[in-house]
Ligand binder design. Sequence first.
Ligand SMILES: [Zn+2]
Ligand SMILES: [Zn+2]
Length: 125
Amino acid sequence: MEQETKICQNCKKDFTIGSDDFNFYEKIKVPAPNWCPECRLIKRLSWRNERSLFKRKCDLCGQDKILIFPQESPYKVYCYPCWWSEKWDAESHAKDYDFSKPFFEQLMELFLNVPRLGIILRWSA
Ligand SMILES: [Zn+2]
Ligand SMILES: [Zn+2]
């Protein structure tokens, strides 16, 4: 399919869908988007918390930190230095899929077990 210019159904601006994009949508069996790339990105990122900060203990070093997950959140949360350290092994959280149990039950176990990065810091010189 040729490239096509569409009007974003959200912001009403023009955007172009390339022929490669149409091939990809065909391959994964999804319809072409009605929203422009920027609106789709905003929608995808809208769930992210980057403004609310909580005092919470890091689940690896145990120190009080300022993180994006509150203490009562059910997730395992590591502070920035711990996350990037060699003190833990991400592969140790890998599990084989158990065909005798429901998929989402196993996914939830993973969500609760695999550590999350508590905050994204950017150090610049
Ligand atoms: Zn748009
Ligand atoms: Zn830590």
